[in-house]
Design a protein around this ligand. Structure first.
Ligand code: SF4
Length: 401
């Protein structure tokens, strides 16, 4: 039997561990209806409306594992808010867009997005284990009906093969780990057979939402087509459970590099302390924080969006204050399809010929003198950054102590 620790987990206490640990069982037992959910959780009026209306695109689907992480006493539980639709999803704001990243216009063949010169995005499926309420691709995912066809894949392979500049393929969706192992192997085999493809990445949230999906067989497939890089999607430290760690350990122990993308979400991870904790916990499970995304203006998710200044403030509190490995790049995906734009606090105070005035993470100001250009005299300036003798002595005394 499963190890019952949380109050919601009680509900599945009679489920044999072999079932609980089977990802097919987790998918087959997702809670997808109002009647199913109201028996498990006391819903707020807004959730009742949201759950009842979320049909068609981005329906509700919550695996038992994810449900077991919900704190039933907290309506603001970050696990709950990412999974349960609310009435706010049906409010469309002025600047909301159907396709905020402009992917459809950069799609040369169905299921493929080609925006940057040397890399493409292969949308391998429209299904996910859980439909995140903040999903930016909600126009495409979540209907559970329309499957990507074999013909689409063939067209995508032909396109990649005939565009020799494409060296990097990101397999995403939806969640490609929703596909059967044989299909995943088939995709990897076909991509590896294309001479210009050097780098294959797979974007998935399943090691977070249904960690049981990481099986020995899946790992052996990844190893056969190595190197495969895996991009995960974590938004809150609560998602990093022992079970999730086990899945990430299996991947990392097999030599699969792991990165994480995080979406900045109002009321979920918009406090610097929460984000710092998340980044630290990721490093502990050998997942390198890669991006923090500003939440896109997709239709119906404006209640998750924050001001850009919130993200900049988070970066200010990370850079220099903690290990560089736990500092991802904060990006805004340019609305309409301009790609990712890095946004950061401004560390350059001023710039003049041959010199930069910079500030560090603690607010101290420094001048950096650039080398002279070829054929010009090196400018001789007093070294303002040099410590005084007294400062050196104080530092030495502190070290000796
Ligand atoms: S796993 Fe990714 S694609 Fe699927 S619903 Fe969540 S954010 Fe969207």
């Amino acid at each position: 039997m499963i190890n019952v620790t949380g109050s919601l987990l009680e509900r599945w206490k009679d489920v044999p561990e072999s079932d609980w640990e089977d990802w097919h069982w987790q998918i087959g037992n997702r809670v997808m209806t109002y009647d199913g959910l109201k028996d498990i959780l006391q819903l707020t009026p807004s959730e009742v409306i949201g759950v009842k209306r979320s049909k068609g695109r981005l329906l509700m689907a919550i695996p038992p594992y994810w449900l077991s992480l919900i704190d039933p006493m907290r309506q603001t539980c970050p696990i709950r808010r990412q999974a349960i639709p609310t009435a706010e999803e049906f409010e469309v704001s002025l600047n909301d867009m159907e396709d905020p990243c402009g992917e459809d216009k950069d799609s040369p063949v169905p299921g493929l997005v080609h925006r940057y010169p040397d890399r493409v995005l292969l949308l391998a499926t429209e299904k996910c284990a859980m439909y995140c309420r903040h999903c930016t691709r909600r126009r495409l995912v979540g209907s559970e009906t329309h499957l990507t066809s074999r013909q689409n894949f063939e067209q995508a392979y032909d396109y990649i093969r005939s565009n020799r500049r494409v060296r990097d393929v990101l397999i995403s969706g939806g969640d490609p780990l929703m596909l059967p192992d044989e299909t995943i192997e088939d995709i990897l085999k076909n991509l590896r057979a294309i001479p210009n493809v050097e780098f294959i990445r797979l974007g998935t949230r399943m090691p977070v939402t249904v960690p049981m999906r990481v099986t020995e067989n899946l790992i052996s497939i990844f190893k056969r087509y190595s190197p495969i890089w895996v991009s995960l999607h974590f938004n809150h430290p609560k998602e990093i459970t022992k079970r999730c760690k086990k899945a990430c350990d299996m991947l990392a122990d097999s030599g699969i590099p792991l990165g994480s993308q995080t979406v900045l979400l109002r009321g979920i991870n918009d406090r610097p302390s929460t984000m710092r904790r998340l980044m630290h916990e990721l490093l502990k499970i050998r997942v390198r924080p890669y991006y923090i995304y500003q939440c896109d203006p997709a239709k119906g998710i404006s209640h998750f969006r924050t001001a850009v200044s919130v993200g900049i403030n988070i970066m200010e509190k990370l850079r220099g204050h903690t290990s560089g490995y736990s500092v991802p790049t904060y990006v805004v995906d340019a609305p309409g399809g301009g790609g990712k734009i890095p946004v950061a606090p401004n560390y350059v105070i001023s710039q003049a010929k041959g010199m930069f005035t910079l500030r560090n993470y603690a607010g101290n100001i420094f001048t950096y003198y650039e080398p002279a250009e070829e054929g010009q005299m090196q400018r001789v300036v007093p070294n303002q950054n040099k410590q005084t003798k007294k400062e050196v002595k104080t530092a030495e005394a502190k070290t000796a102590a």
